[in-house]
Design a protein around this ligand. Structure first.
Ligand code: 13P
Ligand code: SF4
Length: 300
């Protein structure tokens, strides 16, 4: 029996759902019940009727699923799949920053650990950050925005508001450079350039569109344009091409590969379901606190 077939059988037997991020390898995306961005995956996790969630992504995403569905068993096929950006700020770091800015509200990108989420007032993803800043805070409130300095800078320009920022970044998106835009524009001059807000500001400033991964999927699927240069982790190209066989997609930068996102394989998904491992555990007290900031996000 093929690996994929074994996974499907076992998934039914365990009443499991497989959630996969847009950066997962093609085989894993193809076996998933739902493929999406951090926001879409959080929404799926909060609504699922399954008993088990197999989370194919990075650890903070699986933790988010556990926080939103504490009664479910959440499995991660490779627990070493971390996110270096999420590890750039600890709960202690955030407590210290808050102590230096009494009265400020805290907005955390979903790329944070459960302990950090437990310390913040509101969460956001790259797909809803602008809406959350506009809708969840008063105009005169000071906002600490952590940990991604580039997402914070991009949203700051959009909403015309200063933030107290943490200097975190995504090492994968930082590999995308302005010179990549110059080169790809010369090669494909009719193509639209779409980049992720985790890219450095000199890159987002040059792009035609700045969108979350799901925003990219929606945009290229709905627009009449036929050629796109995609400035994010290259794993998303599989989904874009599969859904739009009549359109052309070029990676803005071949170096933009997140090694952690590539740790999940079909074999590991199968083993995870066979052995019910590794289970993602978050202490109840952390869940209770972190859930508040995620719920504010999901209710906006
Ligand atoms: P999205 O929410 O846009 O999928 O981004 C998540 C992420 O980790 C990007 O690096
Ligand atoms: Fe983290 Fe960057 Fe990988 Fe996204 S692409 S999971 S932000 S390291």
């Amino acid at each position: 029996m093929e690996l994929a077939e074994k996974i499907i059988r076992l998934k039914k037997a365990r009443n499991a759902v497989i959630l996969a991020h847009n950066y997962q390898i093609p085989d894993v995306q193809d076996i998933a019940d739902y493929v999406g961005d951090s926001l879409g995956l959080s929404m799926q996790a909060s609504r699922t009727k399954a008993d088990v969630i197999v989370f194919c992504g990075v650890y903070f995403m699986a933790e988010t699923a556990k926080i939103l569905s504490p009664d479910k068993i959440v499995l991660i096929p490779d627990r070493k799949a971390g996110c270096p950006m999420a590890d750039m700020i600890t709960a202690e770091d955030l407590r210290r920053l808050k102590a230096g800015h009494r009265g400020a509200k805290t907005l955390c990108y979903v790329n944070t650990t459960a302990e950090v989420k437990a310390e913040c007032d509101v969460c956001c993803t790259s797909g809803n950050a602008e809406r959350i800043v506009r809708g969840a805070f008063n105009k005169d409130e000071e906002i600490i925005f952590a940990p991604d300095q580039y997402l914070a800078q991009y949203i700051s320009k959009k909403v015309g508001r200063e933030f107290i920022m943490w200097k975190g970044y995504c090492p994968t998106h930082l590999k995308i450079l302005p010179e990549d835009i110059d080169r790809e524009r010369r090669l494909h001059h009719v193509a639209e350039i779409i980049v992720h807000p985790e890219c450095r500001s000199s890159v987002t400033d040059m792009a035609d569109e700045v969108l979350s991964t799901e925003g990219m999927y929606r945009y290229v699927t709905e627009t009449d344009g036929k050629e796109f240069i995609i400035g994010t982790e290259t794993g998303i190209l599989h989904r874009l091409r599969k859904a739009n066989p009549d359109k052309m997609f070029y990676p803005l930068c071949e170096r933009a590969v997140c090694p952690n996102m590539k740790l999940t394989t079909l074999e590991k998904v199968l083993w995870s379901l066979e052995d019910m491992k590794d289970e993602v555990i978050v202490p109840e007290e952390t869940i209770a606190k972190a859930r508040k900031s995620l719920e504010i996000m999901l209710n906006h």
